[in-house]
Design a binder for this molecule. Structure first.
Ligand code: NAD
Ligand code: GLY
Length: 367
């Protein structure tokens, strides 16, 4: 079974195909491949698994493909690796009409998207996400970029793909900890805007961990639907309202990004940082008197059942504050947090009393 969703952005709207066996479905890719040539950007882990299959599919419609195989890891999501993409494209004289296809997880998707946004000032871009995290979040919505030694995802561009092809069969080879990391972003949608989905996740988390096909497809499609709605309403994250906007997708990320960069890129998975960071955001929301202790326990419980960390690493309060000061949501030097008014309703809030933040930072590193 295949589901097709749409990210509604006027003439830049695009489909998200979700289902089994899609890597072999040339007709789904064809509309985004007007020319006979494409470049596939992937990494040393994904290439042996899925590159040949994709190349054969492209070949079947007469499209020749040039693979660009990068080293694997968040620690390579940087300007040096990005340059390897530009080098390969220039060396083989890829033109403005040559699409870049990202085949891999969020790291490959974000870097390839940024290369597509900037190479020759913009070339067509296709997302073929192969991790749960990339299928539910990073391949949709057009945020692309790389890390900087001083901060996560600090260099980038908004650049939408022409299509997203999420073949759920690729999840068969995903390690368990990577599947769990993807679940952190799935749980996020329930927390920020979809109480019913949160309740469904509480009931079905074991099926998801057991890779039940039907449950996974439901969770992926439901997540993508949530993401597509948020992106269509606020593509460039400009909505300054407390109650809305794309910034809400960053629940747990202010703390999570600090964990990721503070621990050294690649040591904590992005989804792991988001899980522990969301527990911190829940703790802070409770300290503000917005949610109750039983809500925080419920949130911790779901992350724990998803085999995700709920205790943050002890980087020291000063280090957390320094790293969080680099967050992209900082405005006029003021930190803004995505916090929970209730389970299923998040807000952006810029008036957190420093003493409460300090308490959260101290409490959450000790469990
Ligand atoms: P990742 O890209 O590092 O992939 C995780 C690991 O799984 C890697 O080792 C990868 O090689 C491997 N892998 C990928 N597909 C596989 C498969 N099918 N079978 C076996 N192994 C496979 O990590 P991720 O969790 O996919 O993405 C995290 C990145 O996404 C972070 O850099 C984060 O900042 C970014 N992100 C971006 C957005 C966005 O909106 N652009 C949203 C969320 C996260
Ligand atoms: N993952 C956050 C966003 O896409 O806005």
């Amino acid at each position: 079974m295949m589901q097709i969703l749409t990210v509604g952005l006027g003439e830049r709207s695009y489909p998200i195909h979700i289902g089994s066996g899609l890597l072999g479905r040339a007709e789904l890719l064809q509309p985004a491949l007007p020319n006979k040539r494409a470049a596939i950007v992937t990494n040393t882990t994904v290439a042996p698994l899925y590159l040949e299959k994709l190349r054969q599919t492209l070949q079947s419609i007469g499209v020749s493909s040039m693979p660009i195989i990068l080293p694997d890891g968040e620690e390579y999501k940087n300007s040096a690796t990005l340059n390897q993409i530009y080098d390969a494209l220039l060396a083989s004289r890829c033109e403005r009409s040559t699409p870049l296809i990202a085949l891999g997880g969020g790291v490959i998707g974000d870097m390839t998207g940024y290369a597509a946004a900037t190479y020759l000032r913009g070339v067509p871009f296709i997302q073929i996400p192969t991790t749960l995290l990339a299928q539910v979040d990073s391949s949709v919505g057009g945020k692309t970029g790389i890390n900087h030694p001083l901060g996560k995802n600090m260099i980038g561009a908004f650049y939408q793909p022409q299509l997203v092809l999420a073949d759920t069969d690729t999840l068969d080879t995903l390690p368990d900890n990577e599947l769990a990391a993807g679940l952190a972003e799935v749980i996020k949608y329930g927390l920020i805007r979809d109480l019913k989905f949160f309740e469904w996740l509480e009931q079905n988390i074991d099926k998801l961990l057991a890779r039940d096909t039907e449950a996974l497809q439901y969770a992926i499609a439901h997540s993508c639907r949530n993401k597509a709605e948020v992106v269509a309403a606020d593509e460039y994250e400009r909505d300054g309202c407390e109650s809305g906007g794309r910034a809400l997708l960053n629940l747990g990320h202010t703390f999570g990004h600090a964990i990721e960069s503070g621990m050294g890129y690649g040591n904590w998975l992005h989804g792991e940082g988001v899980a522990a960071g969301t527990v911190m955001a829940a703790d802070l929301s409770q300290r503000l008197g917005w949610i109750g202790a039983q809500d925080v326990a419920r949130i911790r419980g779901l992350f724990e059942r998803a085999r995700l960390p709920i205790v943050a690493p002890d980087l020291g309060v000063e280090k957390y504050l320094e790293l969080m000061g680099l967050d992209k949501k900082v405005e006029g030097g003021k930190m803004r947090f995505v916090l929970l008014r209730e389970i299923g309703r998040a807000v952006v809030y810029g008036d957190v009393p420093p003493v409460l933040l300090q308490q959260t930072l101290e409490a959450c590193v000790h469990g």
